[in-house]
Design a protein around this ligand. Sequence first.
Ligand code: GLN
Length: 198
Amino acid sequence: TPTIGVLALQGDVREHVHALESVGATAVGVRRVSELDAVDALVIPGGESTTIDKLLRAFELFEPIQQRLRDGMPAYGSCAGMILLADRVIGGIEGQRTLGGVDVTVRRNAFGRQVDSFETDLAIEGVEGPLHAVFIRAPWVEEVGPAARVVGRVETGPAAGRIVAVRQGPLLVTSFHPEVTGDTRVHQSFVQIVRESL
Ligand code: GLN
């Protein structure tokens, strides 16, 4: 059974812990380096990327997580977590940094006022059947570099065509929040990625 950490500085940590446990992983909160050292993989939850960035530095986790990512640790980021795992961000606050790892440019709070928060069904590569996706002041992926692969787009409505899920090796990022829907298939596919990396 893989042990998967959920970065527990800010955001919807419990929801991810619950989703991971319900697909058979051992899930633990990560707030310190010793806890990071004990996990096989890391989930970075939705929340506020600027706050998580500041807390990563305050808790002295920024460089250690970056190092683990460089060493090939699998990671999944939803929403704010997607921003933190992106190599480049548009619309960040002054001085905002990302851990990076995924060769994409994300646009923060991208969907604008009218479609600020919305729900839609879409298809994700690696997940059987349509997935109900919940977006909350979400980023989208504006540019995808050669190392990354698009695995999901918005299919209908004003944001149709926008890239909202990307995979790069053992890294997965989604603009939306599967942890809030009770549908655990995205977590299941991430746990599969983790198992394959062990
Ligand atoms: N807008 C938030 C940010 O910039 C992300 C929102 C979310 O995670 N639901 O970090």
